[in-house]
Ligand binder design. Structure first.
Ligand code: LMR
Length: 400
């Protein structure tokens, strides 16, 4: 019997990042090295459950009495807690009740609902600095937005080309939207300075374009406060904005899919209106977010002792990644690579991008068992004392 509906479908290639994880798992070499998907890892290659998360989870499970639906805005107290965490209690926009958040299935859920809200508000496109996270494009396009690239990172110089980026930003007008990385740029690790962020918001104020900020690594760059600069300034200076937030990395809740979409409204009433659209878009998509991760985050952030323990663990994770950056650069210098990889200690968060071609990343993988995405992105969490020399040896063979 013929199949009229699905017969013309062609095989879709696996997602660039998730497909890499599958290829790594299938590789039987014992000395393979995973610098692919962005998850935290200990030196012995584990991604443990954070202790504060385990403690909150135990308390929740012990006291759980129902599995009834959450409302579309998510777990009780979740949105307020995330707003408080990102903006701080004294932020003027918080005092004016211009900030409101809903819980979403991960940062992806926030990006998708945010993109749909932009489309519903009349946006036809969204501008992104190149390169950007591989999933930004499909998420934005699924909401009907055309994705327009602006030059951002210069791969040869291993640094942001800010003048080129601003050249594009200065051409944006009131019908445009600019997607920004809140901190710990994925895939390059090259963050804007506060002065550069100020310059972008000067342009947003004078030209009237909207900003959509993706904050997926809050606390992994410098500190919870320093990493919030872009979000805080956006809410202080701009009439309105959208912020996607992920709890995957800073709470280690990857598979629980806990995130938030934060509306910055021009006043309390406008924030309420934005949230009403966000919850209606959620209802038409996944209805309501999964409960488990949101309940855990809300519990941790409302409990002083769990919150302090969580923050401590986050500080520790950040310190470990910074240590890995220093280790890689030091080893590269010791192995006669000079200052070639020094840029890695100037970058922040989980990632840096090696100045290599797609073909060279294939050689890294096939010949040396070193897995990184095709654009040369490496997850610094995967670097440790046992594998760092092998990584530098591979680099010297493939890229020098
Ligand atoms: C990454 O960039 O590796 C992570 O954000 C995981 C993902 O979903 O791509």
């Amino acid at each position: 019997m013929s199949d009229p509906m699905f017969s013309d479908l062609k095989l879709v290639q696996p997602d660039a990042i998730l497909g890499l994880s599958a290829a790594f798992r299938a590789d039987t070499r014992e000395d393979k090295i995973d610098l692919g998907v962005g998850v935290f890892r200990t030196p012995d290659n584990r991604t443990p459950v954070m202790q504060a998360v385990a403690d909150a989870q135990n308390q929740l499970v012990e006291n759980e009495t129902t599995k009834v639906y959450l409302p579309p805005e998510g777990a009780p107290g979740f949105g307020e807690a995330i707003v408080d965490l990102l903006f701080g209690a004294g932020h003027p926009a918080a005092k004016d009740a211009r900030l409101a958040a809903i819980q979403t299935p991960g940062g992806c859920g926030a990006l998708r609902i945010g993109a749909e809200l932009l489309a519903r508000s009349g946006a036809k496109s969204i501008h992104v600095g190149e390169p950007t996270w591989a999933n930004h494009k499909p998420l934005m396009q699924a909401a009907g937005l055309e994705v327009i690239a602006l030059p951002f990172y210069n791969k040869e110089k291993c640094a942001i080309d800010f003048d080129d980026f601003m050249g594009g930003v200065e051409r944006l007008g009131k019908d445009n939207v600019l997607l920004l990385h809140g901190c710990c740029h994925n895939p390059t690790g090259a963050d804007l300075t506060n002065a550069q962020i100020d310059a972008i918001f000067d342009a947003a104020e004078s030209q009237g374009f909207a900003v959509f900020i993706d904050t997926a690594y809050h606390g992994f760059g410098e500190s919870l406060d320093a990493d919030a600069y872009m979000a805080r300034e956006a809410a202080r200076r701009l009439p309105s904005a959208l912020i996607a937030y992920s709890c995957s990395k800073n709470f280690g809740l990857y598979r629980e899919r806990a995130g938030a979409l934060i509306a910055v409204g021009r006043d309390a009433e406008h924030a309420k209106i934005m949230v009403s659209h966000m919850t209606s878009l959620a209802r038409g998509n996944y209805s309501m977010p999964p409960a488990h991760g949101g309940l855990i985050v809300s519990k941790i952030l409302h409990d002083d002792s769990l919150r302090a323990a969580w923050k401590n663990e986050l500080d520790h994770m950040r310190g470990a990644v910074i240590g890995n950056r220093e280790l890689l650069v030091k080893t590269a210098r010791e192995m006669q690579l000079g200052d070639r990889l020094d840029f890695i200690t100037r970058q922040r968060g989980m990632f840096s991008m090696l100045p290599v071609t797609k073909e060279q990343t294939d050689v890294f993988r096939e010949k040396h068992g070193v897995y990184m995405t095709g654009n040369g992105r490496i997850n610094m969490c995967g670097v440790n004392t046992s594998n760092v020399e092998a990584i530098v040896t591979a680099y010297k063979d493939v890229a020098v």
